[in-house]
Design a protein around this ligand. Structure first.
Ligand code: AHR
Length: 492
């Protein structure tokens, strides 16, 4: 059966914030240490301690923003431990993640250097769980104050004359859980207090992000918006895609069709979460000033056998590619409210873009989806009207297709389509309104094996290729998508 879809290229729905393509790097497992940071003396080629191969790969994605230092780690992190000569930096225990020694060699200066090399915005998450108001206030002063002050002087002594530009600042992380086990009323008051002393110095204006809800905790959003909405620019939301359950997770590899279906179903749940959290935000903020910041999302599986369970190292298959494509389409389609999203995490942790082993590196299927989708950044979101066919497994049905479209400044139109079904292809007729394209090109990511993934021995098993399944006929675009595929089309 062929499904019909209308693409209105002349009905723009607002700009897709590039920060939807954001990332997250935590002091967790081998994300920062080994994955990004190897130190200046490493045999692995590096720039000021940051590994060159990973940098070169990440540069291909035009990463807009990077969140650091956590995560749960953020509410245990004391920034003063991570500045000054490396040999005197405090060696602490990373109690939350594997109980390993954290030598603090990667700190504020190193993070800003990483962002500079990636040409991305820094997004720092401050410590409200175990840190003081003074500590948070002084961190902002250290980073952004240009005048004469104890913190600005200290920064200069440590080699950074000019203040850095810092816009995005989080006031705590998961404060309902690892960030202090607080009630929303209590956190809302603390948020109001801590953010007061996180000052705007000179023309550096902070975009302050309050720690938001866990998945479908709508009461958290309600209380935060009611009690502290006017003091924030963004409110976060964390939701991971976890086949099985939180208590009984599954492995990244070795899944069956049932589990594939469940993963797709759980990915689509993000649409409901955003819709319902947004509805609460609309009540208190009808102008949609406050952004919904989905600063942790992605798959969460059991750690690979034989690895430290506290390191959250997992493989990444075609299934993860679909999860990424679905989420990015959903974020884009909600781009009026969703101002940022950060995949968890950048390297070697959870749904990573890159996996490393010693001096080797591989790009995951998720990396490739980000590379294919990056054409959407900063574009006008377009309206797509259609009723998706159903994808049925046993007694259950979900939508088979996930779609999003945008138009860039030069008038090119991009359509990203995911076929969620593991068994059925999808035939589409897209009625293009407001434009008469003469050419369609595309890229596809798919594989005949649902569990296909890249390894250090075979790093290109899952990689994008040119897509030849689309054709323009009398103003209609006809295309056929194989099962389990992610396609991005360009119309011009
Ligand atoms: O991304 C891993 C962890 O998941 C983060 O540290 C925490 O915020 C969330 O629970």
């Amino acid at each position: 059966m062929t499904d019909y879809m209308i693409l209105n290229t002349d009905l723009p729905k607002g700009v897709i914030n590039r920060n939807i393509y954001g990332h997250f790097a935590e002091h967790l497992g081998r994300c920062i240490y080994e994955g990004l940071w190897v130190g200046e003396d490493s045999e692995i080629p590096n720039t000021d301690g940051i590994r060159n191969d990973v940098l070169a790969a990440l540069k291909q994605l035009d990463i807009p923003i990077l969140r650091w230092p956590g995560g749960c780690f953020a509410d245990e992190y004391h920034w003063k431990d991570g500045i000054g000569p490396k040999e005197t930096r405090k060696r602490m225990v990373n109690t939350h993640w594997g109980g390993v020694v954290e030598n603090n060699h990667f700190g504020t200066h190193e993070f800003f250097r990483l962002c500079e090399l990636l040409e991305c915005e820094p997004y720092i998450c401050g410590n409200i769980g175990s840190g003081t108001v003074q500590e948070m206030s002084e961190w902002v002063e250290y980073m952004t104050f240009d005048g004469e002050s104890p913190m600005a002087g200290w920064r200069r002594d440590n080699g950074q004359e000019q203040p850095w530009r810092l816009k995005y600042f989080g006031v705590g992380n998961e404060n309902w859980g690892c960030g202090g086990n607080m009630r929303p009323e209590y956190y809302a008051d603390l948020y109001r207090r801590y953010q007061t002393y996180s000052r705007n110095y000179g023309d550096n204006k902070l975009y302050k992000i309050a720690g938001g809800a866990n998945v479908d905790d709508y009461n958290w959003t309600e209380v935060l918006m009611r009690e502290a909405g006017r003091f924030m620019d963004g409110l976060s939301l964390h939701s991971y895609t976890i086949p099985g359950s939180w208590e009984e997770k599954r492995y990244a590899l070795g899944f069956d069709a049932e589990e594939w279906f469940e993963t797709m179903q759980k990915s689509l749940h993000m649409n409901e979460l955003i819709t319902r959290h947004s509805a609460i935000m609309d009540k208190y903020d009808p102008e949609q000033r406050v952004g919904l910041i989905i600063d942790e999302w992605g798959t969460w599986f059991l750690s690979e056998p034989g690895t430290n369970p506290g390191f959250l190292y997992q493989q990444n298959t075609l299934r993860d590619a679909l999860v990424a494509g679905i989420h990015l389409n959903i974020f884009q389609n909600h781009s009026r409210r969703v101002h940022m999203a950060n995949l968890a995490q950048m390297v070697n942790v959870l749904q990573a873009l890159i996996l490393t082993e010693g001096d080797k590196l591989l790009l995951t299927p998720t990396f490739h989806v980000f590379q294919m989708y990056k054409v959407h950044m900063d574009n006008e979101l377009l309206e797509v009207a259609f009723e998706s066919p159903q994808y049925t497994q046993g007694e259950q049905s979900i939508t088979q297709l996930s779609v999003s479209a945008s138009r860039d400044g030069a008038g090119k139109v991009y359509v990203s389509v995911c076929n969620l079904s593991h068994k059925d292809e999808a035939s589409l007729r897209i009625d293009i309104r407001g434009m008469s394209p003469s050419q369609v090109t595309g890229q596809i990511l798919t594989h005949t094996e649902l569990g296909a993934h890249n390894t250090f021995q075979a790093p290109d098993t899952v990689a994008p290729s040119a897509y030849h399944g689309a054709e323009l006929k009398d103003g209609m675009l006809e295309c056929c998508l194989p099962p389990a595929s992610v396609v991005v089309l360009t119309l011009e």
